[in-house]
Design a protein around this ligand. Structure first.
Ligand SMILES: [Zn+2]
Length: 180
């Protein structure tokens, strides 16, 4: 297994619409393992293939709920290939961050309850139902498959402020802010 490099905004590869997964063979299995390992290494709750520069419709999610001591521990890993939301109900506001936008977070309006059709890492078809944090994570990661970042879902002013904070956070982190 290997750690993959997570791309950060404004890398143009984060803006591509990803291709459907059609080959669930050995190379894909290795890629999924690397994606999961990278998600844990980066302390994220989810990671989408486009975030590591792969134009594939697959995301991995582990909610890593806190244990009794408040420490986030690995839980169930979901590998969602070719996912499609088939039902939406209710609204929820959640404070989101993203490994591709390090250093900032903002409140985003999402669907509270959804149903999803997807294929697992072996290509088997499934449906699942999700609420609250799980539903939010799914929507956040699925957005990456269509080249959407959570800041795109903010109002114009909030978005501008978030991106300004991001530029400052990048600067403080010692990174040269690339041209937008
Ligand atoms: Zn993200």
């Amino acid at each position: 297994m290997a750690l993959l490099r997570v791309l950060t905004h404004p890398d143009p590869r984060l803006r591509l619409v990803a291709e459907r997964v059609t080959d669930f063979g050995e190379a894909f299995q290795t890629f999924v393992d690397d994606l999961v390992e990278t998600m844990y290494a980066e302390v994220g709750r989810g990671l989408a293939a486009p975030q590591v520069g792969a134009s594939l419709r697959v995301v991995v999610i582990d909610l890593r709920r806190p244990d009794e001591g408040g420490k986030l521990v690995p839980g169930d890993v979901f590998v969602l290939a070719n996912p499609e939301i088939t039902f939406r109900e209710g609204e929820i506001v959640w404070r989101e961050g993203c490994l591709s936008l390090p250093g900032i977070a903002a409140e985003v309006l999402r669907t509270e309850h959804l149903k999803l059709r997807y294929q697992d890492r072996l290509g088997e078809h499934h449906v699942l139902e999700a609420r609250d944090l799980f539903a939010v994570c799914i929507q956040h990661e699925l957005d990456h498959l269509d080249g959407t970042l959570y800041v795109d879902r903010l109002g114009p002013l909030e978005r501008a402020l978030a991106l300004q904070d991001y530029t400052e956070a990048q600067h403080l982190a010692g990174r040269q802010a690339p041209p937008a």
